[in-house]
Design a protein around this ligand. Structure first.
Ligand code: PAF
Length: 282
């Protein structure tokens, strides 16, 4: 257990606590979250603590990254349990603002990251990266950390955040951390809690199918065929629909026709009402 986890709800309290930690000689590491924490989030906190000394988490279910038909209302909200988990992982400070503190009346600025936001998740969820980029820019400027830690599970989000921090000269290093998985390969995600027992059994196939697609691409199968085969296999395994399976350039996410440059396979697929995403280096 950490000595203590302080919880603050305003930007000025957050900045005062961060300034105190700095004055005491610590570096500051930051992990933004939407709560419903699992081991994947805690690995970000542990990385922040190990690298920087003082670990800050935020908990804010950001309405701007949900479309009206998405799961904002049913997104799990478990602050007390989250705070206990954060304390056990060594987190020093939790910033859990109210909606009005993040988006006061008259809020009218948004951050748009072109190019890397456009394909894949950007096509399927057109509102999503605008909401993420806006809230992450705010959070980075609010926390003023030395480094901020994001999971590779949301690989496109990680690229978007790296780009906005670079483009806007935000003096926080953006660090990607590896995806944590269940035994059957299912990437840890707060949304896994939505899965029924039957859906949960099928869910692990997503990662397996991506592994098979990587193997096929390395064995010389054309990229487009490997992608299409994988989508077909997901449907055969019981997924209700597939938004995409794509092998892309690992930094730009542009389509590729061979594996000469570093590549990433990314996928999004539905099990009933639950949308799962996953990705891996090719
Ligand atoms: O990955 C998430 O949980 C969210 O998109 C983030 C980065 C906390 C922004 O709301």
């Amino acid at each position: 257990m950490a000595a203590s986890l302080s919880i603050v709800r305003t930007v000025s309290e957050l900045r005062e606590a961060v300034a105190r930690a700095r004055a005491a000689g610590a570096g500051v590491g930051f992990a933004p979250t939407m709560g419903a924490l699992h081991e994947g989030h805690l690995s970000l906190i542990r990385a922040a603590k190990a690298r920087c000394g003082f670990a800050v988490a935020s908990l804010f279910v950001n309405p701007r990254q949900f479309a009206p038909h998405e799961d904002f209302d049913r997104y799990p909200r478990t602050e007390a349990a989250d705070a206990a988990l954060l304390a056990s992982a060594g987190c020093d400070l939790l910033f859990a603002p109210e909606r009005e503190a993040m988006y006061p009346p008259g809020f009218s600025t948004s951050v748009h990251v072109a190019e890397v936001s456009a394909p894949l998740e950007g096509e399927m969820r057109p509102h999503f990266f605008g909401g993420v980029a806006t809230v992450v820019t705010k959070l980075l400027l609010q926390a003023q950390a030395d480094a901020a830690f994001f999971g590779e599970k949301d690989y496109q989000q990680l690229l978007v955040v790296k780009r906005l921090a670079r483009d806007l000269d935000i003096p926080t290093e953006i660090i990607g951390c590896p995806t944590l998985r269940e035994q059957d390969g299912l990437a840890l995600s707060s949304r896994n809690a939505y899965l029924s027992a039957d859906e949960r059994r099928i869910a692990g196939r997503l990662n397996l199918v991506l592994h098979e697609a990587i193997k096929a691409a390395h064995a010389g199968e054309p990229i487009a065929r490997a992608e299409a085969d994988a989508a077909h296999r997901l449907l055969g395994a019981g997924f209700s629909s597939v938004d995409y399976v794509a092998i892309r350039h690992a930094e730009t996410l542009e389509p590729i026709t061979d594996l000469a440059a570093p590549a990433r396979i990314l996928a999004a697929a539905w099990l009933g009402k639950t949308r799962l995403i996953d990705n891996m280096a090719v």
